[in-house]
Write a protein of this length. Sequence first.
Length: 120
Amino acid sequence: MDWDINVEAVSKVLQDTSTAATPFDALAKDYGTKLQTVADGLNYSSFTVVAAALGEYATHWSPTLEAAAKQIGASLTGAQNAVKAYMEGQNEMALNAQRAAGRGEIPQVPGVNRGANRAV
């Protein structure tokens, strides 16, 4: 495969995307806690239905938000690894990194045991 990658432009896009995704990552991590805080503040005798709806909402959407945040990280890491491999002239490694990012695989950092390497 023959690529012509503007490494500087790709690096800028990756940095901008990472910056834009930072608040989303924080939301995914404390989503349940924030909803619980809202539910705790409700007067349960008056808002029982609202509190129950918040609980169901959190239960339904929390896994989706967490998976989306992990997928964003996997995509950014995969793109960064592909560009790095390209810069080092390793076209096959770049292609493998690109395919892994498309599958949502989070590359393992050498020397770090993070468990599963799937974003979803």
